[in-house]
Design a protein around this ligand. Structure first.
Ligand code: KIV
Ligand code: ZN
Length: 509
């Protein structure tokens, strides 16, 4: 039997959402939270309700709708933040208020301008106030790893006395190294009274690339919760990556003897979803979920794997739910076959959604010989996502070449009404974007990122475009999928501008 459980506290929607350029709306946060529940994380940190009305609304929606994991909201150590956190959380089955204050002298002197005694009192008062609302209260000592250990232990003890059920020790600035951090956690375990009666958690940042290693060292030293984010998202260089922590504990279970409750076969799907909604691409050589993580390039390695997989593979890709790129459907497949295959992939579509997906599938089958599971998933997700867009692409014409001015004409439809414009640009994509700007009055929408990826292999591969646009200081992500990269680019931009319009609440900009 495995030793004690390691709780997985997911902060993708809070610290992860603090990644520069990431901004998720409530619908997107809900989609991620539902997937995190399928992944079976123990805690979902849904947001920081006092930070903005959007954050509040998202935490409230997740608290109302997502069942299974504990739902947590962040609050600084003051009553106003805590009241707001509980207001957002109150409909959750199992709410958790997470309150924090810094304990390092650096933060006390320069940021808080408070004495150690004042901070200790604020910490205890905050926990006590939160405890008036929820049974479960987490206290974090921000910048713990740069704090004086004796003072830190005093604050932690006061928080436990005030009723904290979880104590979190963050390496806020990613300054720790594994042996040192492990000893730090072991000292807290030894020194703090009643520490064995609470969950001891760690929250490591990746500034030196050590967030996962530090978290694992902490687990060896007695931590029983790890705070982490999917794909390692988070402030600056990010948080410890959820998939790396989970797979390290699983793959090296003989060494750690600690289990998580994560359903590993949901890892790949979760990673794809988070990357797609946040627009943060996963680097190809990223451990566990990168595109190259299970590819063998050298002839010697390929030969070894063909003879016996374990020669060069420490994890089975199927374990993390990596879909096989098998050919499933083609030009002659019918509606029924499509419905069956999608059901096997976990999608149950309404008749209307299936009609749309089938039309797109047939369209794709005309352009692409072999349609894989990955193609199908991309197509269906895209169809579902853009189905709520106010403006849909009706047609696109463009002409371009080395000795002519690129031009594009775009036709959009909204409630059956057509809108068309033409424009010139630096290239066909630029021209089409300008035509869309003219129709929608989107001249102040700024394109900040553009990424094009081939979804599966081959010259006829589906191209997936991700764009990030900025409007009035906020970021919006759009995606488009097509075998034609210009069409995919136009769909992606239109999807992003639709989001701007829908969030800003008008008909056009
Ligand atoms: O990094 C940090 O210290 C945090 C706390 C709010 C837990 O994110
Ligand atoms: Zn953090």
């Amino acid at each position: 039997m495995m030793g004690d459980k390691v709780y997985i506290f997911d902060t993708t929607l809070r610290d992860g959402e603090q990644s520069p350029g990431v901004s998720l709306n409530t619908g997107e946060k809900l989609e991620i939270a539902r997937q995190l529940a399928k992944l079976n994380v123990d805690v979902i940190e849904a947001g920081f309700p006092i930070a903005s009305p959007g954050d509040f609304e998202a935490v409230q929606a997740i608290a109302r709708e997502v069942q299974g994991p504990v739902i947590c909201a962040l609050a600084r150590a003051n009553f106003k933040d805590i009241d707001r956190a509980f207001e957002a959380l109150k409909e959750a089955e199992r709410p958790l208020i997470h309150t924090f204050i810094a304990t390092s002298d650096i933060h006390l002197m320069y940021k808080l301008q408070k004495s150690r005694e004042e901070v200790l009192k604020l910490a205890a008062a905050a926990v006590e106030h939160a405890k008036g609302y929820t049974q479960d209260v987490e206290f974090s000592a921000e910048d713990a790893s740069r704090s004086d250990i004796n003072y830190l232990c005093e604050v932690v003890e006061a928080a436990i006395e005030a009723g904290a059920t979880v104590i979190n020790i963050p390496d806020t600035v990613g300054y720790a190294v594994p042996n040192e951090f492990g000893e730090f956690i072991a000292t807290i375990r030894q020194k703090v009274k009643h520490i064995d009666q609470v969950i001891l958690s760690v929250h490591c940042h990746n500034d030196l690339g050590l967030a996962v290693a530090n978290s694992l060292a902490a687990v060896r030293a007695g931590a029983n919760q790890v705070e982490c984010a999917v794909n390692g998202l988070g402030e600056r260089a990010g948080n410890a990556s959820l998939e790396e922590i989970v797979m390290a504990l699983y793959t090296k279970r003989g060494f750690y003897d600690r289990a998580t409750g994560i359903k590993c076969n949901e890892i790949y799907r979760t990673s794809r979803l988070v990357s797609s909604l946040t627009g943060m691409q996963v680097q190809a050589n990223k451990a566990v979920v990168g595109k190259n993580a299970f590819l063998h390039e050298s002839g010697i390695h390929q030969d070894g794997v063909l003879k016996e997989r374990i020669t060069y593979e420490i994890m089975n890709p199927e374990l993390i739910g990596l879909p096989k790129t098998n050919i499933v459907l083609g030009k002659h497949s019918g509606r029924h076959a499509l419905r069956e295959r999608l059901a096997e992939l976990g999608y149950s579509l309404t008749d209307e959604e299936l009609d749309k997906a089938f039309t797109r599938f047939k369209d794709l089958a005309d352009r692409k010989k072999e349609i894989t599971d990955i193609d199908l998933e991309a197509l269906v997700k895209h169809e579902i996502r853009i189905s709520g867009d106010l403006y849909q692409l009706f047609y696109l014409h463009f002409s371009s070449g080395t000795s002519m001015v690129p031009t594009a004409t775009v036709g959009l439809k909204r409630n059956g009404q057509k809108h068309e414009e033409a424009a010139c640009g630096d290239g066909p994509v630029d021209a089409a974007y300008k035509a869309i700007d003219k129709i929608l009055g989107a001249h102040h929408v700024v394109l900040t990122d553009y990424n094009l990826n081939a979804i599966s292999g081959g010259k006829d591969a589906l191209g997936e475009v991700m764009v990030r646009v900025k409007y009035e200081g906020r970021y919006f992500i759009g995606r488009g999928v097509s075998t034609d990269v210009i069409e995919a680019s136009v769909k992606a931009y239109l999807n992003a501008v639709n989001k701007v319009i829908q969030e800003v609440g008008g008909d056009a900009l």
